[in-house]
Structures are given as C-alpha cells and as structure tokens.
Design a protein around this ligand. Sequence first.
Ligand code: GRF
Length: 207
Amino acid sequence: MLRITVLVSGGGTNLQAIIDAIRAGIIHDTQIARVISNNPKAYAMERAKEAGIEAMCISPKSYDDREKFHDALLKGIDDADTDLVVLAGFMVVLPPKLIKKYAGRIINIHPSLIPSFCGQGYYGLRVHEAVLARGVKVTGATVHFVDEGTDTGPIIFQQAVEVKQDDTPETLQRRVMEEAEWKIMPRAIDMIAQGRVKIKDGRVILS
Ligand code: GRF
C-alpha cells in the first residue's frame, strides 16, 4: 500500500480528483495518509475532512522563522509514514532538506506543457494569462518529479489541451484542470503505486 501525503494551499480540486480516483478504483493500492495545508482557510482542508482524511495545517505564521516552519513541515510528512509526497497546488517553495530526503518521491502538477510557461513566477492564473498573451494554440498540464529547480524535475505525464479563441485565463484554467490535471495526476499516482515509474538519467521510464 502506497502511503501518500498531499500538500495543498487552495481549493483542492486536484486533491478531490485523487480522493475520487481512489474510491473509483482508478488508483490502486494507495492510501492518503494525511493532507497538509500551509493555509488554514484552504477549502482543500474541508474536502479532506469530508473524506475522513486527517487534515493538518502547518502555517508559517505559527513559527518564529522559516527554518522552524520547514522543520515542522518535514515532521508532518515523516510522521505520516509517507512513501510519496504529492504537491497538489501547494504554494510553498520546498526546503532543500525535504527535497533531498524525499528525492524521487515527490510529485507536482503544473498547469502547462513544461518546458513552456514554467519556472519562477509561473503559477496559478499567471500561467494561463501568459499562454493567452503569447497566443499559443495548445497548452496542457504536466505531472513531474520535484528536484531542486523550479519545474525542472523528470516528467511523468503530459496532457495537451486546446486553447480557444475566446478563452479567458479562468475558462482556460478550468479546461486544463478538467481535461488534463484531474486525469494525469491520479494516473501518475497509480503508476507509481504499481512500481511502474522509474527515473533513469534524469528521465522517467514507464513500464
Ligand atoms: C492547479 O492549477 C495546479 O496545476 C497548480 O495549482 C492549482 C491547484 O488547484 N499547481 P487545486 O487547489 O487543486 O484546485
């Protein structure tokens, strides 16, 4: 049984997609051990509670400095006996200590086709604003392993999504979630749970 800890900051629709996929048997042999939010107001916390999952808030505001916050975050993950850390809209830059300890065991969902529209400053609606400003016709989402860089880790799955002429950042964000994020994130977790995802020379090999 793969024990995952899901880190969230906001609405939690990706968390919901994971919960639903476990229930539907789309994700096998996986249990959400804990949900951790840095934001006490995140609606994702309600979703976790509703599903009977332990929801824990670890807010930087509760700690004297960043290091103490980072230590608490690491402890929150360790204490849940976590096999895989899933970043589902987590708006905190991970401390190097955490990335090192969980190397090859942290995944993230990014709302574009990496390496386009990613890296520093590309998060949330900004990604979709940049996509529309550039006028690309295809965008999408990427689920990838997390390394020390921003959106630079090995790519597990990508799903393309059409950009429509009358899209707003909000309509595009919604379509990318529905058609890409909510599908490839559960699929990646299931593949990892089945031991079918390996990293070789910085790239993902699926079996
Ligand atoms: C998603 O767009 C995801 O790609 C990005 O943050 C957003 C999270 O949305 N990393 P939600 O909290 O899962 O609804």
